[in-house]
Write a protein that binds this ligand. Structure first.
Ligand SMILES: Cc1cc2nc3c(=O)[nH]c(=O)nc-3n(C[C@H](O)[C@H](O)[C@H](O)COP(=O)(O)OP(=O)(O)OC[C@H]3O[C@@H](n4cnc5c(N)ncnc54)[C@H](O)[C@@H]3O)c2cc1C
Ligand code: FES
Length: 345
């Protein structure tokens, strides 16, 4: 029997009419997966919107602010994030399970590991067959030698006919996957990639573009820009790239090549947050998001990618500057650390 009364004990979630028991403090996603439902998900920490579903009846407690991740249309339709929703009553939700079924898993091998900075490596992979994706999306990657350690990485280039894929991986201190990719010699080793995932891609529009990337967050932005360049897109673009010091800047040759052929005017501004005061750097200093108020042109559509604090700061500055939510697109590079902080035991 469906109950609307708030309860401390287990509740029941009807997921596309299938009844599932949800334990106290359990999220809808955790309950669905525990009960064998192949519920679409990826980051599990409210950062990717893959677990988006529609709340038809009942109430949930939301663990994080979801308004930045979900569009106005999603919110109007009563969408919630299953990984961030703990039922307060019995609930009824609808989810498109075909999205998970459409995810493909393709094997391949590591072609190259090019160290771009002291902590970012370009991982090149030869896949056994092409994986269709939109520039800006990401995939879950696992090494064949450690299949249970699976992490999300954004494609750094648009899809290629030769089924090669490229990722920028930042070595996270204490990180199980990224340390291996940066430190170990993996060329020739087996790898699987699963995707494509995410809602981050360039929406067609003539509006000026404001792209803001931090660290390895440059990857999907460069993929989008390269794809747009090939498609002869013509719109003004400003790329803000946040890094700590000059030693953290990379892919400048790729950015130069895009800028040279871009139609509609291209500007690139690197912003350094920890460059030594007396150094020879004559460019901008500070936090990249803080440049937004002066860089923003009327009517611009924003694409933000990188560490969650940078994305969150940029989103709130854009909102305060009056940019409508549907014109702000973001991908947050959340980690297990963020998950441990955000999701209750
Ligand atoms: C949609 C999306 C796209 C992404 N794209 C990229 C990309 O293109 N490039 C990129 O570099 N990264 C990207 N990331 C981040 C990436 O998926 C990994 O999270 C990151 O590389 C760290 O993985 P790891 O295995 O090295 O670290 P993990 O082993 O996952 O650990 C991460 C950090 O958390 C700490 N930690 C681990 N477990 C716990 C715990 N239980 N409690 C507290 N702390 C803990 C570790 O010490 C470490 O500091 C993306 C993330 C998302 C969600
Ligand atoms: S899995 Fe829920 S937002 Fe990523």
């Amino acid at each position: 029997m469906f109950s609307f009364f708030s309860r401390k004990g287990p509740t029941t979630a009807y997921i596309n009419s299938v009844a599932v028991t949800v334990n106290p403090n359990e999220t809808l996603l955790q309950a669905a997966l525990r009960n064998g439902i192949d519920f679409p998900h990826s980051c599990r920490v409210g950062g990717c919107a893959t677990c988006k579903c529609r709340l038809i009846e009942g109430q949930v407690k939301e663990l994080t602010q979801t308004a930045y991740i979900l569009s106005d249309e999603d919110l109007d339709q009563g969408c919630i994030l299953a990984c961030q929703s703990v039922p307060k009553t019995d609930v009824r939700i609808e989810v498109d399970l075909s999205r998970q079924a459409a995810k493909r898993r393709i094997s391949g091998r590591v072609l190259g590991q090019d160290k771009l900075t002291h902590d970012i490596v370009r991982l090149r992979v030869q896949l056994d067959e092409s994986l269709p994706y939109k520039a800006g999306q990401y995939a879950e990657i696992a090494l064949a030698s450690q299949p249970d350690v699976k992490r999300s990485y954004s494609f750094a280039t648009p899809p290629r006919a030769d089924a090669q894929a490229t990722f920028f991986v930042r070595k996270v201190p204490g990180g199980a996957f990224s340390s291996r990719i940066y430190d170990e010699a993996l060329v020739g080793q087996g790898i699987t990639i699963e995707g494509a995932l995410g809602d981050f891609w360039l929406r067609p529009s003539p509006a000026p573009l404001l792209l803001v990337g931090g660290g390895s967050g440059l990857a999907p932005l460069l993929a989008m820009l390269s794809e747009a360049l090939d498609a002869r897109v013509e719109r003004p673009a400003l790329l803000l790239f946040g890094a700590r010091t000059q030693a953290d800047l990379y892919a400048l040759d790729t950015i130069d090549a895009i800028a040279k052929d871009w139609r509609g005017g291209f500007r690139f501004i690197p912003v350094l947050s920890a460059e030594a005061a007396g150094s020879d750097w004559t460019g901008r200093r500070g936090l990249v998001a803080d440049l937004i108020p002066e860089a923003l042109v009327p009517g611009a559509h924003a694409y933000l990618c990188g560490p969650p604090p940078m994305v969150d700061a940029a989103q709130s500055l854009l909102t305060r500057a009056g940019v409508p939510r549907e014109h702000i697109h973001a991908d947050r590079f959340t980690t297990l650390h963020d998950a441990a902080v955000a999701v209750p035991a």
